[in-house]
Design a protein around this ligand. Structure first.
Ligand SMILES: Cc1cc2nc3c(=O)[nH]c(=O)nc-3n(C[C@H](O)[C@H](O)[C@H](O)COP(=O)(O)OP(=O)(O)OC[C@H]3O[C@@H](n4cnc5c(N)ncnc54)[C@H](O)[C@@H]3O)c2cc1C
Length: 322
């Protein structure tokens, strides 16, 4: 297969392998070119969903430093390659895979750089996940409205707006961005804040995959850790969906802002399935099945269910941060 779609545009024609070698000479991170034996496994590993979309970047550069990002943007411009960006790759549709592009993968930039307890800020690299940020913040009594799944990376989450934990009380995550380091299309590194490049910061707060720079660092406003976070799950049979949906819609606008109510279509938990099927052998159930109508005790924490095979049902989850 001919992997040289850009030779027409380059002043010196290079094969994709040669392009990869040329970029590798300028960056510390690893460069993989289409056609390389490791390419296909890497391409698939970069996206969250299975199956991976059929789009193939020409080069994949796993940035090791901010400088790598600047060098890769310059290289793409010089060689007329489109630039695609991957933050943590935790996106359903795999936006980061683009044909005929140089994919800059920020997945290795995953450090909490510093926490300033006096200024109530945290400085992080883009691929830090919610779990790691809040673990680091907890030591000094702070928290951040990270994604509901602890594995969601901040990179694209914040860029999308970031509807994270307690978003009613704390607001969407993007409003807690104080500043961001951005590599612009001309390869410059700028710091966007309310006072410098405010338009850029405005765009960062919601542009999502349409953003026109590469964010290499966020400075975030942190919040005092809530005294308690209470979460409860209620499970209902699919046939009760209309009634419960109508009830949820009727109370949604009246709840205190720190209460989140979410409805999921999901697999029913194993124990509840035992109860529904009136199974006589419940010896495999480690504790009594919960009643879907029973009110949970006030301090009840999220129940962790063993994985169950798919079965139609849905759940209502409420969580309160105080
Ligand atoms: C299981 C699951 C749970 C989720 N839960 C929530 C939730 O609770 N709340 C919520 O709001 N969202 C949630 N999401 C959505 C999630 O926030 C987005 O998918 C987000 O894009 C993930 O960030 P990422 O960096 O891993 O994305 P990636 O797939 O790496 O990036 C997607 C695109 O965003 C752009 N991008 C990402 N990072 C940068 C950067 N540093 N610079 C420039 N462009 C960049 C690029 O165009 C990239 O192609 C969830 C997703 C999943 C799969």
């Amino acid at each position: 297969m001919d992997h040289t779609p850009f030779n027409l545009f380059c002043s010196i024609p290079l094969s994709c392998a040669e392009l990869g070698k040329a970029l590798q000479a300028h960056v510390a991170g690893k460069v993989t070119a289409i056609g390389d034996p490791a390419y296909e496994d890497l391409r698939r590993a970069l996206v969250w969903n299975e199956p991976a979309p059929g789009r193939r970047p020409t080069l994949i550069c796993r940035a090791a430093t901010e400088h790598d990002v600047m060098a890769a943007v310059d290289f793409a411009r010089a060689h007329r390659l489109k630039v695609a960006v991957r933050g943590g790759g935790h996106n359903w549709v795999g936006f980061s895979l683009r044909d005929h592009s140089l994919l800059i993968d920020l997945g290795e930039l995953k450090r909490v750089i510093s926490i300033d307890a006096k200024a109530h800020t945290a400085t992080v690299q883009p691929a830090v996940r919610g779990r790691e940020l809040n673990a680091a913040l907890a030591k000094s009594g702070f928290a951040f409205p990270v994604g509901h799944r602890p594995t969601v990376p901040l990179s694209g989450f914040l860029l999308n707006g970031g509807l994270g934990c307690n978003f009613g009380g704390w607001g969407p995550g993007c409003l807690s961005i104080e500043a961001a380091n951005v590599v612009t299309a001309d390869g410059r590194l700028v710091v966007a804040s309310d006072t410098r490049y405010p338009d850029l910061l405005w765009a960062i707060r919601g542009a999502g995959p349409g953003f026109f720079g590469v964010i290499t660092q966020y400075r975030l406003k942190t919040r005092p850790t809530p005294r308690a976070i209470t979460a409860c799950d209620y499970f209902y049979a699919m046939e009760r969906m209309d009634a419960v949906g109508a009830w949820a819609a009727s109370i949604a606008g009246k709840m205190p802002k720190e209460v989140e109510l979410t409805l999921f279509c999901t697999a029913a938990p194993r124990l509840w399935r035992c109860r529904r099927s009136r199974a006589t052998d419940t010896s495999r159930c480690s504790r009594p099945p919960p009643s879907p109508t029973r009110r949970p005790k006030p301090q009840q924490r999220t129940r962790r269910w063993r994985a169950a095979p798919p079965r139609s049902g849905f759940s209502a989850r409420s969580s309160i941060s105080r």
